[in-house]
Design a protein around this ligand. Sequence first.
Ligand SMILES: [Zn+2]
Length: 227
Amino acid sequence: MIKSWFSLFLKSNCPLCDRSADEYICHYCQQQLNNCRFQNPCQFWSGDLPLFVWGIYSGKLKMAIAALKYNNSPQLGELMGYWLGEAWLNAPGRDRPKKLIVIPIPLHQKRLQQRGFNQAELIAKSFCRLTGHSLQVKGLERIRDTQPMFGLNSLVERENNLSKAFILGKDLQKRRPKEPVLLIDDIYTTGTTVREAANLLRSQKIPVLGVGAIAIAEGRRENSGYP
Ligand SMILES: [Zn+2]
């Protein structure tokens, strides 16, 4: 209560351009972000691991994800989770189950300590707050601190980097859910990380519905038309 009362008076600058703003993100940056947004977030919702994605990883959205991760702006993660949840609720979903378990792709403990938060967890949290799905932050645990994927060239290198990257987390060790899982990550690049996580869950008889992400790297899946 006090915090929201305070925020009326303490207007801060836009975290993406540092101009003074009436809202958390200034009008100009909001427009730029909107240009990165897909009109159809379900365009990759097919195949064995369907992907629901908010926008294209370029321009202002790329900048916003970098600001979230490296400029210590966790509020941006909450905002992105809200966008993803809003898109999810507005998308036609005849075949989507009513009850879902939402699991963010975890960071390795070492990286979590460096950053102070897991961006996928922030996104998943506010996604669940809006959609009402149940969040399992400790659904998966990352046991290998993988190198950033951008530094690795071949598919073999990427797959070796991820082999046995995850184990079931405490939440899922206690109880294997019957409801399908939606994995949440910030960026979908090659899909190797989420596929590894999905394979582990499926090998434990836990159903996986698909993946939700804020952004997809350009040209990563066929049919990646711009909005
Ligand atoms: Zn701005």
